[in-house]
Structures are given as C-alpha cells and as structure tokens.
Design a protein. Structure first.
Length: 410
C-alpha cells in the first residue's frame, strides 16, 4: 500500500480528499473516498454505517437510503465486519476471486474518538505495519467526513433507521449529544430504548474547561407531550448552565420553565451532576430520580445517596441538596431511568438494579469497551422484556480515568 511507496503520497491523498469534501454531499462521499484511496494504492473502498440500535452495518452507496439491491449490509453480531466494529479493531481476509493474487481485504472500525460510526472496507497489495496504519488513517478521515455531513442529511438519518420513528423520538435524537465521548481523562457512553418510540427520557452531557456536566431526565408519560417535556427540560438545563448557574439553580430554572409551560400537569425527575475531570470530585443533586450507581475496581457497587428534592415541574418547593463524592481512577458512574431496572420477563421478574450493575461490571472488566458494553446491556434488557419495552430505558455511563489519558481510545 502507499506507505511502502511513499508515505507523503498517502498524506497528500487524505489532504486532497478533505479539501474536495467541503462542498460534497453525503451521497458523493463513497465515490470520492474510493477514488482518492485508489490513487494511493487502496482499492475497492466502501463505507458501512451502523444503524441506530447498532445491529446492522449498511453500505453507504451514494444512491440515497433506498438503494435497493445495491444496498449491502452485515449484522453486527456474527459477521467479520461486525467483529471489527465490536472490537474497534482492524481485521483482514483474502479478497474475492476477481481480485489480483495476494491482495488483502481489510475491515476497520470508523470512529470519531470513541464514537463508532461504522466500518470501512478496503483492499491492499501489502500487509505490514505501515499498511495497517494507512488503513486506520483512511478510516479516521472517513469518520470526519461522515460527521461533517450527517447533521443535515436526511439520507443519513434514513439509512441508519430500520423501522419508522415517532415524533417524540425524532425530537429526542435530534436533541441529544453523540452517544459517545472521550477526553480529559473521562469516557462517556449513552444508550436509549426503545430507539424509535422513546418518549420522555433524555440525557445530556457537555464539557466546560475541566468540568464535565452530566444529566438524565425521565419525564412523566410516554407520548409526544412527554417528549416535549423532556426536550424543554434539557433546553432549560443548557440555558441555565451556560449562564453559569449552579446545579441547584439549574434545576430550579428547569422547574420554573416547566411550570410556566404546563402548570403542574407535567413534570420530570432527573439527576444533574458536575465532575471535575482534574480531581475526580463529583457533585450532584437528586430531583426525585433513581440514585446513581458507582462501580469501583470492578468488584463492588454502591448507590450514591443524596436527599431528594421533588420532581421538576411539581412545584413542591422542597430544599435542593448538593451532594459530593470523591471518585477514584477507574470508577464508573451509572445514571439511568426506571425502564432499565423495571423491564420484566414473561414471569414478571424485573431486570433489577443488581443485575444491571453486575452486567456492566462483568462485561466492562477488560473484555469490552465501555460502548460495546452498553450495546450489549441494552440488547439484554430488551431481550429480557420479550423484545419490546413498555417504558423508556436510558443509561448514561461515565468512567473517570484519573490521569490515564492514553487509555481513553481503544
């Protein structure tokens, strides 16, 4: 591949690809990526994006979301591309019989930091360390190109959906930040189900200097109005936070916003938290929500207690108490909604808090990335409930590395 010939050729190809992409549409990306990769020695390059539930990898064909027979896809579970996606790795196989002898086919995860967007496929004539690095570089550039187009592309939105989405879910998915983040010694991951019918659940996170803001909301009901309530709560939270409000002040402004809009007919529970990423000091408040769970050393779990104030929007005027906890390197903090622990099987048995915490502890103990653990967790919760949830289920998982920045990205 190109590093064997001239490493500068590879770098120039990626720069040129970036430059021409600025005015390109999403539909034009497959042809551009393939052309510039081929010019540097990588052939038959294709991009596959993961669906909303992370179950299938669908080819970005350049023909829109309804590409018919041209729209190739692979399952995340049980396929070689799916293994590359799960492991956030680089896997190879022999190319098809129509390719030149000795050519290798590569599958590599397409990621932005720790957010997994899909996988990239490409063929090369060589197999060495420089070739592998060049394939990873191409995947990194592909991630940036996808991110630059997806926010305004209906084709992308349709491609990553496997079933119709209701209006409340449409609002929620357009409101939330990306489901994965890594930086400044922390990793954050989030999942929401049912992905296409989510109503009143919402999560949010943001970074201000060395502070990571975290919040989870569970609005009353499971309809479009519940979605509006959750959206309003997140918007009010961001507005107050960006004006420098404290956690308590932020929750009070959320409450007032909901009271102004709905009176006391609609409300939301929630956890609002700030994590000092330099020191690991966590401060948080509880507005009538499930208590956060702390996992330490992959050996024990505990609930973080804090006196609850009333749900936001009830007008109960209960005192808001700010609590604090000192995290240790490697600690994992779980914020979640009741749909996770209250999912029931056919015999009426709940998934439960202990099973929930134990699942995260076991699957994330060096075997899987944080985000792969969450994917498997939500699949287990849905399966426990017979394949379809009656209530929204959301998890926001944060891991503080405490000075081990090099371990953030797999």
């Amino acid at each position: 591949m190109w590093p064997v010939v001239d490493r500068g050729v590879a770098a120039l190809a990626l720069v040129r690809l970036m430059q021409v992409s600025h005015t390109a549409t999403l539909e034009q990306l497959p042809e551009l990526i393939n052309a510039y990769a081929a010019g540097a020695g990588a052939y038959d390059t294709a991009v596959f994006v993961v669906d909303l539930r992370e179950t299938v990898l669908r080819r970005l064909t350049g023909k829109g979301p309804d590409a018919g027979a041209d729209g190739q896809e692979f399952t995340v579970q049980g396929s070689l591309p799916g293994q590359a996606y799960q492991r956030v790795g680089l896997l190879s196989e022999s190319t098809t019989e129509n390719a030149p002898d000795g050519r290798r086919r590569w599958w590599v995860a397409v990621t932005d930091g720790v957010e997994r967007l899909g996988v990239l496929r490409t063929d090369t004539d060589t197999d060495d360390d420089e070739t592998r690095q060049a394939v990873r570089d191409l995947a990194s550039m592909t991630a940036l190109l996808l991110l630059s187009k997806r926010s305004f592309s209906d084709s992308y939105a349709r491609l990553v959906r496997t079933e119709p989405m209701n209006v409340a879910a449409e609002m929620q998915w357009n409101l939330t930040p990306p489901p994965a983040y890594a930086g400044h010694d922390v990793t954050v991951g989030a999942v929401m189900e049912p992905a296409y019918q989510v109503g009143g659940d919402a999560f949010d996170y943001a970074v201000t200097g060395s502070v990571l803001h975290l919040s989870v909301f569970d609005a009353m009901g499971h309809d479009t109005t519940a979605g509006i309530t959750a959206n309003l709560a997140v918007a009010a939270c961001r507005n107050a936070r960006r004006h420098g409000a404290s956690l308590a002040e932020t929750s009070e402004r959320i409450e007032q916003t909901l009271l102004d809009q709905f009176g006391t007919s609609r409300y939301t529970t929630g956890i609002l938290a700030d994590l000092d990423m330099d020191t690991g000091r966590l401060t948080w408040i509880n507005r009538g929500h499930h208590l956060p769970i702390l996992i330490r050393d992959s050996r024990w779990t505990t609930e973080l207690a804090c006196p609850p104030a009333g749900p936001m929007g009830t007008g109960l005027d209960l005192p808001v108490t700010e609590c604090a906890e000192q995290l240790e390197p490697g600690d994992r903090l779980l914020l979640y909604t009741d749909g996770v622990v209250e999912a029931r099987d056919t015999r009426g048995r709940q998934f439960g808090r202990d099973r929930f915490a134990d699942f995260v502890r076991r699957h994330h103990s060096g075997r899987h990335t944080l985000h792969e653990t969450l994917r498997r967790l939500m699949a287990a919760v849905v399966d426990h409930h017979g394949g379809k949830l009656d209530d929204d289920a959301t998890v926001l998982l944060t891991e503080w590395r405490g000075g081990h920045q090099e371990k953030l990205v797999p």
